[in-house]
Design a protein around this ligand. Structure first.
Ligand code: ZN
Length: 334
């Protein structure tokens, strides 16, 4: 298989083109933006400092709600919000029934070490089983969405985003924080006021892509129509600080270990917290012929926050067969 000689995107990635040097169109497009990245990152750090200075302590209960998986990126973001900014943070974990036991231990250790209140939200298993079963069989999302994540991941993240926002609106929390890696979400969206009408239309699209029975069962997890009017002034600002703070996986792990976080050993190479991930990856690779994390990892290689060798290892190693089997069995899929 031909891979971009710079960023590791494969020839099977939709609409990719390589030039005479074997470099892909995505790398070429990003060249000028990457040259400006260091000063842009500094601007965003200042922007976040200013934003936080303007909101800190004003809300009735919490300054920020953090979508918290227990993985290294969200743990590190949580640490940053507590130690650098001393924010009052509520951590929210979406329990999709595949959270690894180590992730739960990490959640407990990190929230205790950082003095953070934590809540966990777990929909009933039959509902999650139907949703993951559905997304394992069919790609119900747009092809643009599937360039960046598997169907199963997209469905799950849809829940996470929606619940985080819903709690923020109900509790008047001005910041919603996410631990997206620098490859997962662009710096341009790293500090952004939530756009109520955009969220409304995204949610409608997500709900519409589900079968009627699931739509009815899942309705309460989404933002009710009247919130767009009643809580119009409360729509929070989304932040994902890892887009503009120094990002070095090994250093992040070491810093987290100092507050009791442990690197899980039983998940796949791209997730340190979810036991569904290897299966979700495998299904995506078989169906679409490229790894659902390749976009993210290629971005990180291009940005120089991950070495090409490490990126290759993460993307082009086989998925752990025991993990695939574990998830397939649990979902009763053949
Ligand atoms: Zn490339």
């Amino acid at each position: 298989m031909i891979l971009c000689s710079r960023c590791i995107l494969p020839e099977t990635f939709p609409n990719i083109k390589f030039d005479s040097e074997g470099i892909c169109n995505h790398c070429r497009q990003d060249e000028s933006a990457l040259a400006k990245a260091p000063s842009k990152k500094a601007d965003y750090r200042q922007k976040l400092d200013e934003l936080i200075a303007s909101i800190k302590g004003n809300a009735p209960s919490y300054d920020a709600i953090m979508a918290y998986s227990g993985g290294k990126d969200s743990s590190y973001t949580l640490k940053l919000l507590r130690e650098r900014y001393n924010l009052r943070v509520l951590a929210l974990t979406f329990d999709n029934h595949f959270v690894s036991p180590t992730a739960f231990e990490n959640i407990r250790a990190v929230t205790d070490a950082l003095h953070v209140d934590h809540i966990s939200f777990k929909p009933p298993w039959p509902l999650m089983k139907s949703l993951f079963g559905l997304t394992a069989r069919d790609d119900i999302f747009s092809s643009a969405t599937l360039l960046r994540a598997s169907s199963m991941c997209t469905a799950c993240i849809g829940f996470v985003k929606s619940l985080t926002l819903k709690v923020a609106l109900e509790m008047t929390i001005p910041l919603t924080a996410f631990g997206w890696s620098p490859g997962q979400a662009p710096i341009q969206s790293a500090i952004m006021k939530t756009n109520a009408s955009l969220i409304g239309s995204n949610q409608k699209a997500l709900i519409k892509s589900l079968p009627d029975t699931l739509q009815a069962q899942m309705k309460s997890y989404f933002i009710p129509d009247d919130y767009y009017v009643t809580y119009k002034e409360r729509f929070p600002t989304n932040i994902h600080p890892l887009a503009f703070f120094p990002y070095d996986e090994e250093k992040i792990k070491r810093e987290l270990e100092s507050i009791g976080w442990k690197a899980p050993t039983n998940t796949d190479t791209n997730s340190t917290n979810c036991l569904l991930n290897a299966y979700a990856n495998q299904v995506h690779i078989e169906r679409l012929k490229f790894h659902p994390y390749v976009w993210e990892i290629a971005n990180m290689v291009r940005q120089g926050v991950m070495s090409r060798t490490e990126g290759m290892e993460k993307i082009y190693s086989p998925q752990n067969p025991e993990q695939i089997e574990y998830a397939r069995k649990k979902l009763d899929l053949t």
